[in-house]
Design a protein around this ligand. Structure first.
Ligand code: ADP
Ligand code: ZN
Length: 395
């Protein structure tokens, strides 16, 4: 990527720019002056890990803006996305005398992005919001599209708003410090875009992956200039889906490919054993198997996915013991081993509570091929069980 990429995101409430370029962080003061004119203060929300790595960088660009600023630091982790922290943020914003024309910067991953956007969308009924995503998940997915959220009593994203940001700045250089686990998390979303929309994303990713022989493959990929173009493609697809269906009632559901299975796997195994990206990665394989078993797709579809998993060293089979361990932890079944049948049945059961399901019909996103998604309602339960079991390994 040799020049600044600009996506003009259009929504019913607001049109805004998504800017993508390595090193963009250094230009934040000029960009803010150009695009969000008239602000007097900056309120930046981040988390403790990001601050420990990027304290100097953050202070430097805030100083250069030449306006009063304040930094609110969350502890790290999904459980910080709670309403108590929102209250703390509101109180701190009041104390700082933040006004509607001032700016909130969400500087971090999905957790920071969701809670900061929730606070920005509600404080004084909506304050200017800049999303500055620093994880791959946030750069290609969660920072775009205006969904804000907090968890309530362990129910993920139980409360939230639709509130489009005023600007998104994506600097892929921040991915250089991202732990491998977090890269896989985002890579699953990248693969999802390739599976659902094609746009040569999987072949492009393959080209980048095969060019590295040694070292940490995923880290090498996300620091490669060719990968920045893939990020750009994903952002364009997300912005397109949001433009078509801002409130996620139809077309935007396509971005949920692999997620109906994935969300159920997350529920059945526990977050510490399987993160969102890993769950979605297995979920996409299950959706591919279901597509093939229902004669919607040819057998080659699964191979298109597993080829890229193999290259990126993303596991293709979900070990059965992640289900057993979670049951042990909750104490429901003591130390009882569960079978693949039971694990699959539990996962199907969990799907009925997925928010994409209406009470009348179970809606799945399946594929005829990469780039050819279809909605399938109420697929046969036995096929779902088989599709899940196919991708679980162990006795
Ligand atoms: P996600 O973006 O995957 O939804 P989080 O917001 O929880 O999730 O971020 C995942 C973890 O990565 C957090 O511990 C966060 O502090 C850390 N993190 C975020 N951005 C970076 C970065 N650029 N370098 C290193 N760690 C980061
Ligand atoms: Zn996802």
């Amino acid at each position: 990527m040799d020049k600044l990429r600009v996506i003009n995101a259009k929504t019913s409430n607001r049109d805004y720019k998504i800017l993508i370029n390595p090193g963009l962080c250094a230009q934040v003061p000029e960009i803010l002056e150009d695009t969000l004119r008239g602000f007097e203060k900056i309120y930046l929300i981040t988390d403790i890990t990001i601050l420990s790595i990027y304290k100097d960088t953050i202070n430097e660009f805030l100083e250069k803006c030449g306006k009063p600023y304040r930094i609110f630091t969350l502890k790290q982790g999904e459980e910080q996305k709670n309403i108590d922290n929102v209250k703390k943020i509101y109180e701190d914003m009041l104390d700082f005398n933040l006004h509607r024309n001032d700016i909130v910067i969400a500087f971090g991953g999905g957790v920071v992005g969701d809670i900061a956007a929730f606070a920005a969308s509600t404080f004084h009924r909506g304050i200017k919001l800049l999303q500055f995503p620093t994880t791959l998940v946030a750069q290609v997915d969660s920072s775009i599209g205006g969904k804000t959220a907090v968890n309530i009593n362990n129910v993920k994203n139980a409360a939230g708003t639709f509130y489009q940001p005023h600007l998104i700045i994506i600097d892929p250089l921040f991915l250089n410090t991202l732990p491998e686990r977090e890269i896989i998390n985002g890579m699953a979303e990248v693969i999802k875009y390739g599976a659902v929309f094609n746009k040569n994303i999987l072949p492009d990713l393959k080209k980048v992956a095969v060019s590295f022989k040694s070292g940490s493959l995923l880290k090498s990929i996300v620091s490669d200039i060719r990968f920045y173009e893939i990020i750009y493609k994903c952002c364009r697809l997300k912005a397109m889906a949001v433009k078509k269906d801002e409130y996620d009632t139809g077309f935007r559901n396509l971005l949920n490919f692999g997620h109906t299975f994935g969300h159920a796997l997350e529920k059945e195994t526990g977050l510490d054993l399987l993160n969102h990206g890993q769950a979605v990665a297995y979920g996409m394989l299950m959706a591919a198997d279901a597509s093939i078993m229902l004669n919607i797709a040819k057998a080659g579809l699964k191979k298109k996915l597993t080829d890229i998993y193999m290259l990126l060293k993303i596991p293709e089979k979900l070990p059965l013991n992640v289900f057993c361990q979670s049951i042990n932890k909750t104490g429901n079944n003591g130390n009882k081993q569960i079978s693949r049948d039971l694990a699959a049945a539990g996962t199907v059961q969990s799907m009925s509570f997925d928010k994409k399901f209406s009470s009348k019909s179970n809606k799945f996103i399946l594929l005829r091929d990469t780039g050819r998604p279809v909605f399938v309602y109420n697929p046969d339960r036995d096929i779902l069980i088989e599709a899940i079991k196919n991708n679980i390994t162990g006795e």
